[in-house]
Design a protein around this ligand. Structure first.
Ligand code: KIV
Length: 284
């Protein structure tokens, strides 16, 4: 896309709004100003990212939830930077329109801000991502500042931050007590003042998410944070029903692919065992 080219295609209408040709951090800002909600989903591979992009998703998050849904770990902690880069590069190869944001995995930014910057640079350079996401507030401010100073867009993440699960001890709703809610509000403003372009709010009371979102100029993206945020994100495998043993209240399942795929595999097994596959038309 040339610099002179507009970000939106005037000829295509979507829910009465201009359909953007390419989603950038500036487009997300514009969407917030216009009151157009931002739709974000996770993806970790080329095939799924192709479908999401063709469907018109605004943001694809290569989340460290890949650690759970792709690799089968219990938490997001084990996934490595090399593994995240592999997933992110696969997604980037598929995408023509969506903004691709990639999680900095656990242990690649908490040590010091130089390490954080070199991790972020590897994601941008080796995967070709558009932005990175990082969990935490004041305690990681130096890292956020250093990454931003290199011209890398940063999405913040507050509330339930799964990389700190061993500190929390549980995945229950965060910031229900006033002290934690006040810290979250301060952290949100700190991240905005640092220059983050957006903020994920995970599993916090709807009323708090509303207060954060209305007080910030940058868009907020909620997961389990109620409707008063500027956009929503879900883990793709959860909303498609590929995962089947995870049913938090905030999750809306749009499919039951676990059962559908299992049914298809059973039919295939039956056909192979009965020698009804392949038939003549399926043979050379
Ligand atoms: O890793 C992830 O999928 C996330 C979302 C749940 C926001 O961080």
């Amino acid at each position: 896309m040339s610099l002179a080219e507009p970000d939106f295609d005037m000829s295509v209408e979507r829910t009465g709004q201009q359909r953007y040709k390419r989603i950038t951090t500036h487009v997300l800002q514009e969407m917030k100003l216009k009151g157009e909600k931002i739709a974000m989903l996770t993806a970790y591979d080329y095939s799924m990212a192709t479908i999401l992009d063709a469907a018109g998703i605004d943001v694809i998050l290569v989340g460290d939830s890949a650690s759970n849904v792709m690799a089968g770990y219990k938490t997001t902690l084990p996934i490595t930077l090399n593994e995240m880069i592999y997933h992110a590069a696969s997604v980037v190869r598929a995408v023509q329109r969506a903004l691709v944001v990639v999680d900095l995995p656990f242990g690649t930014y908490q040590g010091n801000s130089k390490e954080a910057l070199s991790s972020a640079i590897r994601i941008m350079k080796e995967a070709g991502a558009n932005a990175i996401k990082i969990e935490g507030g004041k305690e990681i401010q130096e890292s956020v500042d250093r990454i931003l100073s290199a011209g890398i867009p940063v999405m913040g993440h507050l509330g339930l931050t799964p990389q700190s699960i061993h500190k929390f001890g549980t995945y229950v709703v965060r910031a229900t007590e006033e002290k934690e809610a006040r810290k979250l509000l301060l952290d949100a403003h700190l991240l905005e003042e640092s220059g983050c372009f957006s903020l994920v709010l995970e599993k916090i009371p709807s009323i708090l998410a509303k207060e954060v979102s209305s007080g910030l100029k940058i868009p907020t993206i909620g997961i389990g944070a109620g409707p008063h945020v500027d956009g929503q994100v879900l883990v793709l495998h959860d909303m498609l029903g590929i995962t089947h043993n995870f049913s938090p209240r905030f999750l809306r399942r749009y499919h039951n692919l676990y059962e559908e795929i299992k049914g298809s595999v059973k039919s295939y097994i039956t056909d192979v065992k009965a020698s009804s596959f392949p038939n003549e038309r399926e043979s050379y």
